[in-house]
Design a protein around this ligand. Structure first.
Ligand SMILES: NC(=O)CC[C@H](N)C(=O)O
Length: 430
């Protein structure tokens, strides 16, 4: 069978192809020459499957889509405190190149506008690193997100440098507030080089999927940044990624996203997919016209809005039944799926309401795919309380969803290999 997903993507492209409104960015002369007919959409799943339609391998410069990734590198290299000290996380509601800093602190409002992104660039690499080392860190880091070596488009870089007065003004203003401590010209040069890295829609989808996948590139398997960094980056993308269109975007599309003036657009839906589109004509906010319309379509066709999630807990308790009779009876609570707080609460409730009569209780995690930290504590607390009430608590956990199950404080869990072992005749003696 042929996968219907590329066909769906091709059909989505056919719906926007007639929209020729907007224009390629004009303020960087080299970008104005982009072929406005280029059009691509790519999905990359968090387990590394990539689907695309259109010009998926056409190269273009990453521009502002570099910002969330470089912010991630700065957080990873310098730590949260050092970065937050210099760049805020408040949406500015202003254009990407607005010359504005927070009152009082002089910090740029967020890392998605140029002032914050120039600062984030200066915070990559170890403290005191030279500009060449910093650039190598940025190129290496972004390449790890993409899973292949990225290269600079020297002519776009030179073209933007020739007209970089506004970014240089921002750089000097940041230097005057000691937000930048290095030579502002050198930092802005590096920032513009970062924006001039060549990517394809395919690369961008994999980069976005790396964020959606908690920081591990799903194609190369490389851990690029840690999960807390990804959480910070996606949060800032969701509030600030689309500049002065961020509110519209959050309500209509609801996917943490970032656009670039070369026409790229990415979205990262945590735990599901990375999406990228490419079409060079921009709206007045500097976002790709067809890209925005494709994302609106994807979000509504496929229910991708972040605020629209299925009830996670309803199906966590797959069955609750008794095996055997009398003193040998075992109450088996068979759980399934990913268990987080709401799922943990369902298990707690099931335990409170139905466990009691049988002396033996088994938690069967054979069909469980993940247990987060709070759910782990809840399951172990159920086990502890049951032990204190005189039950023997067994755990069937072939995939180690609950490693080292120690409920502490008088609790005890007896790990058994499978449900068959729970045959009263074969249970390990207690
Ligand atoms: N929004 C963007 O993509 C802007 C990036 C561009 N290099 C700039 O700094 O102006």
């Amino acid at each position: 069978m042929r996968s219907p997903i590329p066909d769906y993507l091709a059909e989505a492209l056919s719906h926007v192809v007639s929209n020729t409104s907007g224009a390629p960015a004009g303020y960087i002369p080299e970008l104005a020459t982009a072929d406005p007919r280029c059009l691509a959409a790519v999905f990359a799943t968090v387990d590394g499957e990539v689907y695309g339609a259109g010009d998926v391998d056409a190269p273009f410069t990453i521009q502002s889509i570099s910002k969330p990734f470089v912010y991630a590198l700065a957080l990873a290299d310098r730590g949260f405190d050092a970065v937050l000290d210099k760049v805020g996380v408040e949406p500015s509601g202003e254009a990407f190149n607005e010359i504005s800093l927070e009152d009082g602190t002089g910090r740029p409002l967020n890392p998605m506008i140029n002032a914050g992104a120039i600062t984030a660039h200066s915070l990559t690499g170890a403290e005191g690193i030279d500009p060449a080392g910093r650039m190598a860190r940025v190129v290496g880091g972004l390449s790890a997100f993409a899973g292949r070596r990225l290269e600079t488009d020297e002519s776009v870089w030179a073209s933007e440098m020739e007209h970089a007065h506004r970014n240089l003004a921002i750089g000097h203003m940041l230097r005057s507030h000691d937000i930048l401590t290095d030579d502002p010209h050198t930092v802005v040069e590096g920032y513009i080089r970062q924006c001039s890295l060549l990517v394809s829609a395919r690369d961008l989808a994999v980069m976005a999927a790396t964020l959606a996948n908690g920081g591990v590139n799903p194609c190369s398997g490389e851990r690029v940044v840690l999960a807390p960094v990804v959480r910070q980056v996606l949060s800032v993308m969701s509030t600030c990624g689309m500049y002065d269109a961020a509110g519209d975007w959050a309500t209509q599309v609801g996917i943490p996203a970032k656009s670039g003036v070369a026409g790229g657009l990415i979205g990262a839906l945590p735990g599901q997919i990375g999406i990228a589109t490419f079409s060079p004509r921009l709206d007045p906010h500097g976002n790709s016209v067809r890209g925005v319309s494709l994302f609106e379509r994807f979000s509504s066709d496929m229910g991708l809005h972040l605020m629209e999630v299925p009830p996670a807990a309803r199906a966590v308790v797959r069955s609750n039944h008794v095996v055997g009779t009398g003193p040998d009876a075992v109450r088996v609570l068979q759980l399934q799926g990913g268990i987080r707080f709401a799922g943990g609460e369902r298990v707690v409730r099931e335990a409170v309401e139905t466990l009691g009569a049988e002396p033996r209780v088994a938690l069967d995690l054979t069909m469980v795919s993940s247990v987060d930290d709070v759910a782990r504590r809840m399951l172990l607390e159920v086990a502890r309380r049951l032990t204190l009430e005189g039950h023997d608590v067994y755990l069937v956990d072939p995939d180690s969803m609950l490693p080292d199950p120690d409920p502490g404080d008088g609790g005890r869990v007896i790990v058994v290999a499978d449900l068959d072992t729970l045959d009263p005749q074969r249970l390990p003696s207690t």
